[in-house]
Design a protein around this ligand. Structure first.
Ligand code: PEP
Length: 246
């Protein structure tokens, strides 16, 4: 896969003024696809200031409409101009009780509305130490496949985000990331999905000094960027590291 995708995940950060300043210093670059996933209340503001980047949200309801106070549907996100939505981020799984089946249903909801779900998978440190990386990721992917099938998977982005690397400053090495990405691609192929065409992003402490090495790996199709996406200069540098000639 030639052209890479870099997605900023702002998490629970931002204000009208801070967003304005950040977006004023960011713009889409040639040779890389860029997106920002922002808190719900800022979707309209950011939609009007994208500078060629795509818009995304950080979670979505599995439901379309009805008595689900506080929920936001995929259709609403699409109406606000979103192209992407993150589902199954490890913070949602750990802090908000989202299990594998829920993540699968959220991916289905996103596809139903024409959004591209960015499905996050990844192991904890104890799971890695126990040699269970692909057992855990395989289980997470199985649930998504069960919900959306191989056909649905062909319209998703997968983000490999080792939990121990998120927000810790300790990224996976390029070789560690490559090994897991290749295994994920093999798993996607086993499902009968067009594995070579499905983007697999790496996320977890991607910074200006490690982005180039990570993005140089053949199965790393871009990045999901947390902390570094909040500093315009850093986000742009990470995106520049993902530029390909195609
Ligand atoms: C994330 O939250 O998806 C993430 C990768 O965070 P960070 O880059 O800060 O580790």
């Amino acid at each position: 896969m030639a052209r890479k995708l870099v997605v900023g995940n702002w998490k629970l950060n931002g204000s009208l003024a801070a967003n304005e300043a950040l977006l004023a210093a960011c713009e889409a670059l040639a040779g890389v696809d860029m997106a920002v996933c922002v808190p719900f209340p800022y979707l309209a503001q950011v939609a009007s200031r994208l500078g060629g980047m795509a818009l995304g949200a950080q979670t979505v309801s599995e439901f379309q409409s009805g008595a689900y106070t506080g929920e936001v549907s995929a259709e609403m996100l699409a109406e606000m101009g979103c192209r992407y939505v993150i589902v199954g981020h490890s913070e949602r799984r750990a802090l908000f009780g989202e299990d594998d089946a829920t993540v699968g249903r959220k991916a289905a909801a996103a596809l139903r509305a024409g959004l591209v779900p960015i499905v996050c998978v990844g192991e904890s440190l104890s799971e890695r130490d126990a040699g269970r990386v692909m057992e855990v990721i395989g289980r997470q992917l199985d649930a998504v496949r069960e919900s959306i099938g191989a056909q649905g998977l062909s319209r998703t982005v997968i983000a490999y985000e080792p939990v121990w690397a998120i927000g810790t400053g300790r990224a996976a090495s390029a070789e560690e990331a490559q090994a897991v990405h290749a295994a994920i691609r093999r798993q996607l192929a086993k499902y009968g999905a067009p594995a070579a065409e499905i983007r697999i992003l790496y996320g977890g402490s991607v910074k200006t000094d490690n982005a180039q090495a990570l993005f140089a790996m053949p199965d790393v199709d871009g990045g999901l960027i947390g902390g570094a996406s909040l500093v315009a200069q850093d986000f742009m540098a990470v995106c520049r590291a993902a530029i390909t000639g195609d």
